[in-house]
Design a protein around this ligand. Structure first.
Ligand code: CU
Length: 382
């Protein structure tokens, strides 16, 4: 190898040994994250093992190939030899390849069986993907809520600097206790989404009509962030996953508080509401649930998302207005909000759209009180 300078030779060594080592080290930004759970660590180790096997196969195969190309090149007078077949050589490379494949299949199957174990968890949580948010239902505790993106529109529009967790923050994260087996039952409400938390090595498609499972057991408290990883419409990038893993006591306290809050919410149905109170509450509900499509100013994005400003239904057809919100519109992005909003929130968001912008002035001005939503639910037996 006299013709290759020392520098070039060093460079080739660096490429062969150092580059993969640094790229594939645990700390590298270019590598897969290691994660925090046992399964995620095993998946990482498996990935490294298979990666190195591939790297070395590549080194050997390309090494022999380039060496032969160089050594036996035509300009040095090399003559091609004529070999038809070679019994033992062929047996050897078939057996060697089979052994390598089986050697890879054993550790990967072991890890996969563990990752896809769908036995019941200590806590079982139903995860439902909606356009564009996640719903979490704790099956044992009867807790259910939505997790919405909380990054402000100003940040998205570049009107103010972006925060540290830009597009990776939500109003209400999923809360789970550490050191417990948590099983997720994952499905979709409208289109296919995918629930992904890299630190748990959990990534599972959320398919309408099917329930896929995943599980985790998080050893250390912390906030873990992920995202929807199935292209699910224009706001696909706006439905992050945030999981808060806490100590058992903190989790128990959270459960008690959530149940109390839900009860307080139910009691609000009996309160006598004024128009101003409904509108004020409704604005918050609207900003959280409706602006993605109908926009803050109620103008929508026609022709796909209709304007609520000047809508006949919103201004004058109370019955249909309630019905649309409760049932959704089949085949359109307008989903049913019956299970997403409490009766109070439903009444106030409808009232808000009826009173806001120019609708209050031009419409019939009627408000909707929570009891009307309760009555609707009783009538159609939701
Ligand atoms: Cu999605």
């Amino acid at each position: 190898m006299k013709s290759i300078s020392r520098v070039t030779r060093k460079f080739i060594y660096a490429l062969l040994f150092l580059a993969p080592t640094s790229v594939f080290s645990e700390a590298s930004d270019y590598n897969m994250p290691v994660g925090v759970t046992e399964v995620s660590k095993e998946i990482f180790d498996l990935h490294m093992l298979i990666m190195w096997i591939c790297v070395w196969i590549g080194v050997v195969v390309f090494g022999i190939m380039f060496y032969s190309l160089f050594k036996y090149r035509k300009s040095t007078g090399a003559k091609a030899s004529k070999i038809d077949d070679h019994f033992w050589l062929e047996i050897t490379w078939t057996v060697a390849a089979t052994l390598i494949l089986v050697g890879m299949a054993i550790p990967s199957t072991t890890v996969m069986i563990k990752a896809y174990d769908d036995r019941e968890g200590d806590i079982n949580i139903m995860v439902t993907g909606y356009q564009w948010k996640w719903q979490y239902k704790y099956l044992e505790d009867d807790i259910s809520f939505f997790s919405n993106l909380s990054t402000s529109q100003e940040q998205i529009d570049n009107d103010i600097p972006k925060g540290e967790f830009y597009l990776s923050e939500v109003d209400e994260p999923l809360v789970i206790p550490i050191n417990k087996r948590i099983r997720f039952l994952i499905t979709g409400n409208d289109v296919i989404h995918s629930w992904w938390v890299p630190d748990f090595a959990v990534k599972q498609d959320a398919v309408p009509g099917f329930i896929n499972t995943a599980w985790t057991n998080v050893p250390k408290p912390g906030i873990y962030r992920g995202a929807c990883t199935e292209l699910c419409g224009i706001k696909h990038a706006f439905m992050p996953v945030v999981v808060r893993a806490v100590e058992q006591e903190e989790y128990d306290a959270w459960v008690v508080e959530k149940i109390a809050l839900a009860e307080a919410e139910r009691l609000l149905n009996e309160k006598v509401w004024t128009k101003a109170e409904l509108v004020e509450r409704g604005e918050g509900v609207y900003l959280k649930n409706c602006v993605a499509c109908h926009q803050t100013n109620g103008q929508g994005l026609p022709p796909v998302f209709p304007a609520l400003v000047g809508s006949e239904i919103v201004m004058r057809d109370k019955t249909r207005n309630i019905e649309i919100l409760m049932e959704g519109v089949r085949g359109a992005a307008m989903q049913s909000f019956a299970n997403q909003l409490s009766e109070v929130d439903m009444a106030s968001v409808i009232t808000y759209t009826r009173q806001s912008w120019s609708n209050g002035k031009n419409g019939d001005g009627e408000i909707i009180i929570p009891q009307e939503i309760v009555d609707y639910k009783n009538k159609v037996d939701l």
